[in-house]
Write a protein that binds this ligand. Structure first.
Ligand SMILES: [Zn+2]
Length: 202
């Protein structure tokens, strides 16, 4: 609680503390920094947040973020490799590591560990199949987590692609069991990519 109990400040602290990695103490410090820098930080931040709220959307084809009024990079170029990840945070980790420079496909989550093929949990799987067909993609790299859900999802996707002429690979050992991509160090990620395994189609 702030000492003066100004409602606006209390509300802001509550919102800021919902951000990842921020507890009540660091949220208060951030809010104080904002209040002390109205023109330099609050004003441009407010404008930018409004722009992001209005104009940044998820691409319905590849799941990546894009500007509302411009085409997504997934539609503009031809490519022959797609790396499939669970979420945007995973893509950013792989991108920042520099290990893989190709295109991505963001599923938007995982399947629950019990496999129910009639329901894909709203994951962007159909559009992945379309992308593979349209671009004559040669390799799909499955970079889902080494958790039961990640494995189930990886299975489901390789099954969905089995009738297409595409090589499907899965990140190799080095990803610890239960390991989420987002929290892997670059070295582990590098070996997982380098030693990725082809998935046999049955
Ligand atoms: Zn896209």
């Amino acid at each position: 609680m702030t000492e003066d109990n100004v409602k606006e400040i209390e509300d802001l602290i509550k919102i800021v503390s919902k951000l990842p990695g921020l507890g009540p103490k660091s949220s208060r410090r951030i809010v104080l920094k904002l209040i002390n820098n109205r023109e330099e930080i609050i004003k441009p931040l407010t404008n930018t947040l409004v722009q992001v709220y209005k104009n940044v959307v998820r691409c319905k084809t590849c799941g990546n973020l894009k500007s509302l009024n411009s085409d997504c990079s997934c539609s503009s170029k031809k490519y022959d490799q797609i790396c499939v990840v669970e979420n945007i945070a995973d893509m950013w980790v792989i991108k920042n590591s520099g290990i893989y420079k190709g295109h991505y496909h963001i599923l938007g989550g995982t399947l629950p560990s019990f496999e129910n093929k009639s329901n894909n949990n709203g994951l962007l799987v159909d559009s992945l199949i379309d992308r593979v067909k349209k671009n004559s993609v040669k390799e799909v790299i499955l970079a889902t987590s080494a958790s039961i859900e990640g494995e189930t999802t990886s299975h489901y996707i390789s099954d969905s692609l089995k009738n297409l002429e595409v090589k499907i690979t899965r990140l190799a050992k080095g990803v610890p069991v239960g390991g989420e991509i987002e929290f892997l160090d670059d070295g582990t990620l590098f070996s997982a990519f380098k030693y990725r395994n082809p998935i046999a189609k049955d």
